[in-house]
Unconditional design. Sequence first.
Length: 146
Amino acid sequence: MKKIDVTEAIFAIKKEKNLTWEAIADAVGMTDVWITSACLGMNSCTEEVAEKLVAFLGLPAEAKSVLMEYPTKTWDEAIPQDPLIYRLYEVVGVYGPTLKEVIQEKFGDGIMSAIDFSMKVDKQENPKGDRVILTLNGKFLPYKSW
């Protein structure tokens, strides 16, 4: 099996069993954002998490080793066409330089880690339209001089 085969199997089972990412995450003891990323092939599972995921979803045994493989984190560099993904791309395009300025003013010259990192998606009900709350939590990594 390849990562794409496992991802397609997961989506088929998720649909067949009417599961949510949150239910899958709860079953394996991870967050919904992280397990979704792992199921999409962008993170590698520990042996324990891979075993739980295979058992919970009823995936073939060979899926375990695929889920544990280190990913190559690449994506299509073209402008995204999906409206939701495009809006996130637009947020970074419009506010990226602003975020960089504010982060560096508060922390110094460096970057926010996407390795020592967590992310959460929440919903805030609002009479004018529900709100999406994205929390990105990354360790600050200062640039070093040598």
